[in-house]
Design a protein around this ligand. Structure first.
Ligand code: AMP
Length: 405
C-alpha cells in the first residue's frame, strides 16, 4: 500500500490544530483542534470529512502529549488512525527557523537542537512546536516528521532588506535581523497568484497582503521573497488585530522611563492590546465595518489607520519590486472584507491599481480577479491554505528522501 496521507500539526502554546490530508488529490480527510490545553476546560473538536461527522469532547487535557493522544484516538475512530500504513509523514508548523532553515527539514536530533537554540527568538511559539514534534515522534518513532518553518520563505531576502540599521556587532551577537513570518502563506499565495495569471511564478512580481488577525505583506519577485513586513518577531509592520505593527522604538523607552512600565507590560501592550483592538476595542473587521456604517467615529479612525498603513506598504513594495504584476489579498480580512480591498487601492490609479466594484463585492470561494478588465496590475483575492502548503512541502520532502534510499 502506498502511503499518501500527511498529518499536519500546528501546536500553539495552549492549542493543537490538526488536519489529515490525502496527497493523491490534496483532499482533507479530517480536521480539528484541541483548545485550552493544560486547563480544566480543555475541548477537542474533531471533524471527519470522510463522513461529515463532527464530535466535541470537553474535559481536562493535561499537556500536548495527552492532546495528541486524544487526536490519535479520534482519528482512529474514523479509521484514519496514526498507526495506519497509509500515513506517510507528519508535517509540523514551526514558527521560527532563524537564518538556519531555508527549507523544510526532516526532523532528527540536530534539527530539534537547532529549533531549541532558536527559542529565545520565539519564546512562546518554538517550545510549543518542539513539544508537538517530540510527542508525535514518541507516538510514531518510525514515521518521518517534517518541520516546515514560517520564516523559511523569507530567507531569500537580500541583506539590505533583512538587516536593521543598528550596530552590526550587537545585531550579530543577538541574531537581530528581519526574519519575517507567515512564510508558508506567502509562498502558497504568491504561487497561486501566478497560476491565476496563467504564468510561471518565475515570471511574476507579486505583492502579497496576508490580512488575518495577524497581518503581513511581502514583495515577491519571480517566486522569491525580497521583502516582508514582519521582522525579528511578528510585531513589526502592518496594523493587526491586537498588534501595533510599526512604532518608533522610542515609544518603549518613553513608556519605561515616563510611564514606569515593565518590559513584560509593554510587550503585552504592543502585542495584545494594540492594533485594532487598542484603537477601537474590536479586532474583528466585521464588527468594525458595521460600527463604521453606523457612524462610529472611533471605529472609523481605527479603520483609517489600518488602511493608511496598508497603503504605505503597497507603495513601498511597489518601489522595491519596480514592476508589479499582481497584488493578492488573503487570510480572513483579505479574503472577506471587500471594503478593505477597495480602500487599500483607492487613489492608486496612477500605479495602475484599481478594483472593479462589482467583482470586488461579489462573493466567491476560489482565487479570483477583482480588478477591472485590462488593468495594468491585477488585484486578486487568493485564499490561503497553510495546511495544504505544509502537507505539500512535507510530502515532497518525504517522497524525495525515499527516492534517494
Ligand atoms: P485569520 O487570522 O486569517 O483567521 O483572520 C481572522 C480575521 O478575519 C477576523 O478577526 C476578522 O477580522 C476577519 N474576518 C473573518 N471573516 C470576515 C468577514 N466576512 N468580513 C470581514 N472580516 C472578516
Amino acid at each position: 500500500m502506498t502511503a499518501t496521507r500527511v498529518l499536519v500539526l500546528n501546536s500553539g502554546s495552549s492549542s493543537l490544530k490538526y488536519q489529515l490530508l490525502d496527497m493523491r488529490d490534496s483532499s482533507r480527510l479530517a480536521t480539528g483542534i484541541v483548545e485550552r490545553i493544560g486547563e480544566r476546560t480543555s475541548r477537542l473538536k474533531h471533524t471527519a470529512l470522510t463522513t461529515g461527522e463532527t464530535r466535541e469532547t470537553a474535559g481536562p487535557v493535561a499537556d500536548h502529549a495527552a492532546a495528541l493522544k486524544a487526536v490519535a484516538e479520534e482519528l482512529g475512530r474514523d479509521g484514519l488512525g496514526m498507526d495506519s500504513p497509509e500515513l506517510a509523514a507528519i508535517g509540523h508548523r514551526v514558527v521560527h527557523g532563524g537564518s538556519s532553515f531555508t527549507e523544510p527539514e526532516i526532523v532528527d536530533d540536530a534539527v530539534l537542537a537547532e529549533i531549541e537554540r532558536l527559542v529565545p527568538l520565539a519564546p512562546l511559539h518554538n517550545p510549543a512546536n518542539l513539544t508537538g514534534i517530540r510527542t508525535a515522534r514518541s507516538l510514531r518513532p518510525d514515521l518521518p516528521q517534517v518541520a516546515v518553518f514560517d520564516t523559511a520563505f523569507h530567507t531569500t531576502m537580500p541583506e539590505s532588506a533583512a538587516r536593521y540599521a543598528i550596530d552590526v556587532s550587537t545585531a550579530d551577537e543577538y541574531r537581530i535581523r528581519r526574519y519575517g513570518f507567515h512564510g508558508t502563506s506567502h509562498a502558497y499565495v504568491s504561487r497561486e497568484t501566478a497560476k491565476l495569471l496563467g504564468r510561471a511564478p518565475e515570471d511574476v512580481n507579486v505583492i502579497v497582503l496576508h490580512l488575518g488577525n495577524g497581518a503581513s505583506a511581502s514583495a515577491v519577485r519571480g517566486g522569491r521573497c525580497v521583502d516582508t513586513s514582519m521582522g525579528l518577531t511578528p510585531l513589526e509592520g502592518l496594523v493587526m488585530g491586537t498588534r501595533s505593527g510599526d512604532v518608533d522604538p522610542a515609544v518603549i523607552f518613553h513608556l519605561t522611563r515616563v510611564g514606569g512600565m515593565s518590559t513584560d507590560e509593554i510587550d503585552t501592550l504592543l502585542n495584545k492590546k494594540s492594533g485594532l483592538i487598542g484603537l477601537c476595542g474590536d479586532n474583528d473587521m466585521r464588527e468594525i465595518r458595521s460600527r463604521v456604517d453606523e457612524g462610529d467615529e472611533q471605529a472609523r479612525l481605527a479603520f483609517d489607520i489600518y488602511i493608511h498603513r496598508l497603503k504605505k506598504y503597497i507603495g513601498a513594495y511597489y518601489a522595491v519590486l519596480g514592476r508589479v504584476d499582481a497584488i493578492a489579498f488573503t487570510a480572513g480580512v483579505g479574503e472577506n472584507a471587500a471594503a478593505v480591498r477597495e480602500a487599500a487601492v483607492a487613489g492608486l490609479e496612477g500605479l495602475g491599481l484599481a478594483v472593479d466594484a462589482g467583482l470586488n463585492a461579489a462573493r466567491g470561494d476560489g482565487a479570483r480577479i477583482v480588478s477591472p478588465e485590462g488593468a495594468r496590475v491585477t488585484v486578486a483575492v487568493v485564499p490561503t491554505d497553510e495546511e495544504l502548503e505544509i502537507a505539500t512541502q512535507t510530502y515532497a520532502l518525504v517522497g524525495a528522501s525515499h527516492d534517494l534510499t
